[in-house]
Design a protein around this ligand. Structure first.
Ligand code: BGC
Length: 260
């Protein structure tokens, strides 16, 4: 089955690195027009645009800090100017944040994680829905994490932001469903990107991580991106209000493989 997203207008926040970049690339391969949002490293976004155009696709790079509602508003105005609206929003921009036990965490670090991961997703969803509801079509897919259900010491802001994203997804899905708009989240496990390079590039860290993954390997960004393409396409036309886990079994309590 080949998925066609020909002409669909997609915005990918945090689209110039890691999972976001892989999703942008796969969406473009399926025929979507992709707007690659970045907050830093414009050169990587521009290079992706050039690569997509070179293979016959359509792409633009759009700067915005998703933690600022004004900045998000300006980005959507740019999309209106370029393509007259939006069909697919990938709420992907996110950070793990500084690792610290909560009683020692810096307030500004905690706030930054919530501002980018949760508020940023809400800001972009709000703008996207303003456009999708009247046109009675569209899909919002947010990059959540296995940590929307797995606690993670030292990362309370991150886990809270992803658990929040899960309920935001369900509630937005309920609100938007009567208008034919689907809202979903995708929860990757450990995927090989720079966000967790300190863990997988360290031998002990890697061994510990693999213990937590029944498939015994780290995921590749493309494995997340392929599922993202399926979820935003009509192949998943009856799926809404859920988080889909793509985690090599990480949420399958691998410790129980040894009794209990
Ligand atoms: C985090 C990664 C981590 C993975 C599994 C992701 O949400 O961003 O840093 O490796 O969860 O724990």
């Amino acid at each position: 089955m080949e998925i066609q997203l020909t002409g669909k207008r997609a915005l990918i926040t945090g689209g110039n690195s890691g999972i976001g970049a892989a999703i942008a690339t796969e969406l473009a391969k399926s025929g979507a027009r992709v707007a690659i949002n970045y907050v830093s490293h414009p050169e990587t976004a521009e290079q992706m645009v050039a690569d997509i155009q070179a293979s016959g696709g359509e792409a633009i790079a759009v700067e915005a800090d998703v933690s600022s509602y004004d900045s998000v508003g300006r980005m959507f105005t740019k999309l209106d100017d370029a393509w007259g609206g939006i069909d697919i929003l990938i709420n992907n921009a996110g950070i793990d944040g500084a690792k610290a036990d909560t009683w020692k965490a810096e307030i500004k670090d905690w706030e930054a994680v919530i501002a980018i991961n949760l508020m940023g997703s809400f800001y972009c969803a709000r703008q996207a829905l303003e456009r999708m509801i009247p046109q009675q079509s569209g899909v919002i897919l947010s990059t959540s994490s296995v940590h929307e259900v797995i606690a993670w010491t030292g990362h309370s802001a991150y886990t809270a932001s992803k658990a929040g994203l899960s309920m935001l997804t369900k509630t937005l899905a309920q609100e938007a469903a009567p208008y034919g708009v689907r809202v979903l989240a995708l929860a990757p496990g450990a995927v090989k990107t720079t966000i967790n390079k300190d863990v997988w590039s360290d031998q002990k860290g890697l061994a510990d991580l693999l213990e937590k993954i029944p498939l015994r390997r780290i995921g590749e960004p493309e494995e997340i991106a392929r599922m993202a393409v399926v979820l935003v396409s009509n192949t998943a036309s009856y799926v809404t209000g859920r988080t889909i886990f793509v985690d090599g079994g990480m949420t399958d309590y691998p410790d129980f493989a040894h009794g209990g």
